[in-house]
Write a protein that binds this ligand. Structure first.
Ligand code: FAD
Length: 495
């Protein structure tokens, strides 16, 4: 039976393993950590708190369902989720509060009531982003941008008429500021640049398609939290015969001539016809393929932002908060200048608070909440993170205390911090970047590493550092694109 080895069990690696098993390969996943999930992991803190460590917002759940369906299973037997009625609660320093309802109708009404912007204006905007998403997603997200077939496909014909409206020649911020006069709504829409670790003042207007996912398709919450995605997919993989081996650090991709033929770990050698790297593409070349010529231009693309995350047990509940909450900074442009130009953290950063105990009460003791408090920060470039963690913690406490009228410091019962150094150490993500390279220039989509390399047959790439990019949905799509390029070895065998 043809063998495939997957390096890493992040969401992209798990999805690739399932797809290759369905294709008829005997699949082994080699994971350096003691468990699966990579950034999508979970942990508990003393006092009865559970936290999802990394991703918290879940869109396009269909892409998870597709894996179960592909394997002949009913997704609902493995994994359940619900559409959120409220996507995010927003708080501005001037005291404005706005509820971003999942229903476009309710959101438009709220924007009219709170910000005085006519509903029709927002509806027209959301219709436009929906149109552009449908015109482009198939080419840019579902296919390799490095294969001629993609450009010969009829889907490209759908993309061409949309090009003038796509905002390729303007920035996200400029496009949003042209569409809306209220700076608070502009800030809210600019924020979507952070969904792939980018800067709205540099990233192309094309990224203004992202809100389509939340308002037109929906934001979702998996039963039990985000980690349930990885858990349910590993269960499926195991049922399909995928072997997951933990504490197994891949140190080398073995090559013979122009083929990848397996990998080496301290425990032994694994021969394979297909090798899939779910490790960040930069260390894949630097550490596992040191003797191959590396695609330097691709590897040197600027990194996406990283994050400082404070995981706090909080000794009371806040009815005014929901699953996702944002406390905006006063000066958004300055905040992004700090992240991407000065490579530090602004004095007054935007604060994101995720509280899964709102939906999974067992994630915190009764009368308490589990707060995942995140600030966007630069990737690791050797900053004094201990100092920044202390400074930012104080800034967050001051800001959120003021917005909620409490003394937050008194409510924190337990704490853990994850910073860019830890993110890199725990997941091998180069410089601790959350999403691989940033999308801060017009060519970024084309400069991400493809899901294959023409230099080494049999080697494929999945995960957030390669095409089509970071975030759960795109990592799942990377696995689809890569496995579509892998030859079929037999009919779906174990279904
Ligand atoms: P990774 O999660 O990067 O995992 C790679 C795995 O490979 C790791 O387990 C690692 O140990 C293993 N590995 C690496 N090298 C080796 C080796 N040599 N040998 C063996 N194993 C190896 N996305 C969203 O969609 N929504 C969000 O709200 C969101 N928020 C985020 C918040 C935070 C704090 C973080 C950190 C990320 C967030 N993301 C979010 C991004 C999302 O988590 C990632 O894009 C996605 O999970 C990355 O998956 P991946 O397949 O690239 O693998």
């Amino acid at each position: 039976m043809a063998k495939a080895v997957v390096i890493g069990s992040g969401i992209g690696g798990i999805a690739a393993a399932i797809r290759l098993a369905v294709k008829g390969y005997s699949v082994t996943v080699l994971e350096a950590n003691a468990s699966f999930g990579g950034k999508m992991t979970q942990f508990t803190l003393p006092g009865g708190y559970r936290f999802d460590a990394g991703p918290s917002l879940f869109t396009l759940p269909q892409l998870v369902d597709d894996l179960f369906t592909l394997a002949g299973r009913n997704p609902k037997d493995y994994f359940r989720y619900q559409r959120l009625p409220i996507v995010t609660q927003y708080f501005w320093p001037d005291g404005t509060r706005l509820t971003a309802h999942s229903s476009a109708q309710a959101f438009a009404q709220e924007v009219e009531t709170k910000l005085g912007i006519p509903q029709e204006q927002l509806h027209r905007h959301l219709e436009k982003v929906a149109r552009l998403y449908h015109a482009t997603a198939h080419t840019f997200l579902h296919k390799s941008l490095h294969k001629l077939d993609t450009y010969l496909s009829p889907d490209v014909l759908k993309t061409l008429p949309a090009l003038p409206e796509l905002g390729l020649t303007t920035t996200m911020h400029a496009a949003n500021a042209r569409a809306f006069s209220d700076p608070r709504l502009v800030q809210l829409l600019d924020r979507y640049a952070t969904y792939n670790g980018s800067d709205p003042y540099q990233a192309p207007g094309t990224l203004n398609l992202i809100p389509h996912l939340e308002f037109n398709i929906g934001a979702f919450y998996p039963e039990g939290g985000i980690f349930a995605i990885a858990q349910s997919l590993v269960r499926l993989g195991e049922e399909l015969g995928v072997e997951f081996r933990y504490n197994e650090l891949v140190q080398e991709i073995i090559t013979e001539g122009s083929r990848a033929t397996g990998v080496r770990t301290p425990q032994g050698t694994f021969a394979a016809e297909v090798v899939v790297s779910n490790m960040d593409v930069v260390p894949t070349y630097r550490k596992l393929l040191p003797h191959q010529s590396a695609p330097e231009r691709t590897l040197k693309q600027p990194r996406s932002s990283s994050a400082l995350i404070y995981y706090w047990g909080i000794s009371r509940t806040f009815p005014e908060l929901d699953l996702h909450n944002i406390f905006f900074s006063q000066n958004y442009q300055q905040e992004f200048e700090h992240i991407f130009q000065k490579e530090t953290v602004a004095q007054d950063p935007t604060v994101y608070v995720n509280i899964t105990s709102k939906y999974t009460p067992s994630d915190a003791p009764a009368g308490h909440e589990n707060w995942f408090v995140m600030v966007n920060v630069p990737h690791n470039a050797g900053q004094d993170w201990d100092e920044l963690i202390t400074q930012t913690r104080q800034a967050v406490i001051t800001k959120v205390s003021k917005a909620l009228g409490v003394d937050l410091a008194q409510l924190i019962t337990t704490e853990k911090v994850w910073d860019p150094r830890g993110i890199e150490a725990d997941t091998s993500s180069f410089a601790g970047a959350l999403y691989g390279s940033s999308s801060n220039n017009r060519m970024a989509a084309f400069l991400r590493h493809p899901n294959f390399t023409s230099k080494l047959k049999g080697l494929y790439f999945v995960g957030g550092s390669v095409h089509p990019g970071g975030g759960i949905p795109l990592c799942l799509l990377s696995a689809k694109i890569a496995s579509d390029l892998v030859p079929q070895v037999s009919a779906a065998v174990r279904i």
